[in-house]
Write a protein that binds this ligand. Sequence first.
Ligand code: AMP
Ligand code: MG
Length: 267
Amino acid sequence: MDRYRVKPGKRVNLKEWDPGDTSALDGSEEEAEDRLVKLNRQLEDLQELLYAEGKRRLLVVLQAMDTGGKDATIRHVFEGVNPLGVKVASFKVPTPEELGHDFLWRVHRQTPAKGEITIFNRSHYEDVLVVRVHKLVSPDVWRGRYARISDFERILADEGTTILKFFLHISKDEQKKRLQARLDERDKRWKFNVGDLKERKLWPAYMRAYEDAIGKTSTQWAPWYIVPANHKWYRNLVVATIMVETLKSLKMRYPEPKEDLDRVVIR
Ligand code: AMP
Ligand code: MG
């Protein structure tokens, strides 16, 4: 899955990243689904271990264009995982209170505690994406934020948080199909948002904003992965595999009991 990680300092040109890629899997789509089931079980065990050990934190950032599959990725990748140790934080248009603070204020308070996994459904990256595209602040303000974001993530990492950032990369054609499906299928209509059409018109500006955001903030301590997301099953497989590999690499251990439990007798 290394092929999807953006090396620090690399300039990103999204045209060079194929959203329809499935090259990390040699089997069929069915095999991919079997693999996802296995990865779900592994993730379940690893999350329990993280929770039991109670020492480390995992932060997962999900970003995508509308219909990119953030919600579905959370549903599928975390299927079966114990909700006790997992939180989802969704970031919407900031409230007046949030706007009264620096852009990282609302984000920092949602970061994971020890033993927890937190998934950011959108994130502080909106402050260099939608905010840039819609000119909600001046260019020197958003330009300065890349360095601030990397510094912030550095603080989290140095304090024991593992950070994974996923850009779910779909093509503009794929978005059209998915928006059309929301119109055509009655029980998907609730997801249709006329405002999304306005954002769709800004596709090229969003791609430029994503290229800068990803290229300027993919670091050793908080890497970005550009996940091919036109195929939903492949997207799930890539995210789940990276999560499992990352958690395994932490070499976590169940805590030793404080007493000698071999001598305990229950009457
Ligand atoms: P959704 O995720 O579809 O519920 O939509 C949330 C909306 O909030 C999206 O349109 C985002 O662009 C918007 N949003 C999230 N963060 C910010 C932010 N920092 N500034 C402005 N808009 C934001
Ligand atoms: Mg939306």
